[in-house]
Design a protein around this ligand. Structure first.
Ligand code: CP
Ligand code: NVA
Length: 339
C-alpha cells in the first residue's frame, strides 16, 4: 500500500502538513542513501517525460539525475522539439504521453496546462514550475530549513522582493501549511494577490503559522531564521524593467539587512538562478537592463558563510526523487500515517 501512488504533484495546498512533512523526511532519507552509495531503484524500468516550455538548469538536472538514480529513464521534451502548443493540444499531448510514459514533469506558463496534463494523461504529473506555483522547490526549501534547524514548526522565514511570483506564492502557502511563520517584505504593488493570501490565511489558522505581509522591511526581517529572495523579474514576465527595479531597489538582501534580523544564525536562501554580481549574467541584453546596484542580493551575502543556496539547489534533486518515488513507486506508505 502506498498512500501517494498515482497522485500528481501540482500545487502545495493539494497536500496536508503530514503529507508534505512525509515528502520532506523521505527526501532527507534518500539523500542519505545517495551519499552512502546505497541503491534506491524504486522506479526500475519506468519512463519519465520531461516537458519544458521554459528554460531550466536545476529542475531539468534534478529530474534527470533523480530518474536515473531511481532506475527510470528520463526523456527531455523541449517545447521547440515537439508538436505541443503549436500543432497539438494539451489534452491530446497528455493522452499520447500518458500512453507511453509512467510519469510526466511539466515546466511552463499556465497552471491550467499542468492541471490538464494531469487530468488527461492518466499518469502522475509533477509541476516543475508554472507562473503560479513552484511546489518541487518547496520540498527542497523546507528540507533545507529542516537540515539547518532540525525542525520546521515555529521557524520564521522572511521572503524579500517580488511578492507576487510563483516562489513567493509557494513559500507563503507551504509555510502556512507547515506552521512556519512567513513574512513577505515587498512594495505594496508587489505584495501577494488577495486569493493567495486567503489560501495562506486558511492554512495558517490550522497550523498556527504567523503571516506578515508588509512593505516595512525592518519589521519583516526581525527575528527571521531565514532570509529568502528571488529574481526581480521572473521568466516570461513582461514588465517595465526600470519601474520594477525602482520598486525593488530598497528590498535588496545585503549585509546590513542581514544584521537586522538580530539572530546570529539566520540563513540565506534563494531558489536560483540569482543576480548577485555584475557578472552573473553573461549576455549583454540582460546585464544592460540592470544598473550596477540592481541586484536582489549582494555577492558578499550570496557567497557568505550564512548562505545555503547551493545546498538548497542540490536538495532539489533529493526532493524531486522523493516526489517521483512516492507517487510512482511500490513503497509501503500506509494511509494511516496521514489520518
Ligand atoms: N530553482 C529552479 O527552478 O531553477 P531552474 O529554473 O534552473 O530549474
Ligand atoms: N520566479 C522565478 C523562479 C525561477 C526558479 C521565475 O519564475 O523565473
Amino acid at each position: 500500500m502506498n498512500h501517494f501512488l498515482g497522485k500528481s504533484f501540482l500545487k502545495e495546498n493539494d497536500f496536508s502538513a503530514a503529507e508534505l512533512n512525509y515528502l520532506i523526511d523521505f527526501a532527507i532519507h534518500l539523500k542519505k542513501l545517495k551519499k552512502n552509495h546505497l541503491p534506491h531503484q524504486y522506479l526500475l524500468g519506468q519512463n519519465i517525460a520531461l516537458l519544458f516550455e521554459k528554460p531550466s538548469t536545476r529542475t531539468r538536472s534534478a529530474f534527470t539525475v533523480a530518474a536515473n538514480d531511481l532506475g527510470a529513464h528520463p526523456e527531455f521534451l523541449g517545447k521547440q522539439d515537439i508538436q505541443f502548443g503549436t500543432k497539438e493540444s494539451v489534452a491530446d499531448t497528455a493522452a499520447v504521453l500518458g500512453g507511453m510514459f509512467d510519469g510526466i514533469e511539466f515546466r511552463g506558463f499556465k497552471q491550467e496546462t499542468v492541471a490538464k496534463l494531469a487530468e488527461k494523461s492518466g499518469v502522475p504529473v509533477w509541476n516543475g514550475l508554472t507562473d503560479e506555483w513552484h511546489p518541487t522547490q518547496m520540498i527542497a526549501d523546507f528540507m533545507t530549513l529542516k537540515e539547518s534547524f532540525g525542525k520546521l514548526k515555529g521557524l520564521t522565514l522572511t521572503y524579500i522582493g517580488d511578492g507576487r511570483n510563483n516562489v513567493a506564492n509557494s513559500l507563503l502557502v507551504t509555510g502556512a501549511i507547515l506552521g512556519v511563520n512567513i513574512h513577505i517584505a515587498a512594495p505594496k504593488k508587489l505584495q501577494p494577490q488577495a486569493e493567495i493570501q486567503k489560501i495562506a490565511a486558511k492554512e495558517a489558522e490550522k497550523s498556527g503559522a504567523q503571516i506578515k505581509i508588509t512593505d516595512d522591511l525592518l519589521a519583516a526581517v526581525k527575528n527571521a531564521d531565514a532570509l529568502y529572495t528571488d529574481v526581480w523579474i521572473s521568466m516570461g514576465e513582461k514588465v517595465d524593467v526600470g519601474e520594477r527595479i525602482k520598486l525593488l531597489l530598497p528590498f535588496q538582501i545585503n549585509k546590513k539587512l542581514l544584521q537586522q534580523t538580530g539572530k546570529a544564525k539566520t540563513i540565506i536562501m534563494h531558489c536560483l538562478p540569482a543576480l548577485h554580481d555584475n557578472h552573473t549574467v553573461i549576455g549583454k541584453k540582460l546585464t544592460t537592463q540592470y544598473q550596477l546596484a540592481a541586484l536582489e542580493i549582494t555577492d558578499e551575502v550570496f557567497n557568505g558563510p550564512q548562505s545555503v543556496v547551493f545546498q538548497e539547489a542540490e536538495n532539489r534533486m533529493h526532493a524531486i526523487k522523493a516526489i517521483m518515488a512516492a507517487t510512482l513507486g511500490t513503497l509501503f506508505i500506509p494511509d494511516s500515517i496521514f489520518a
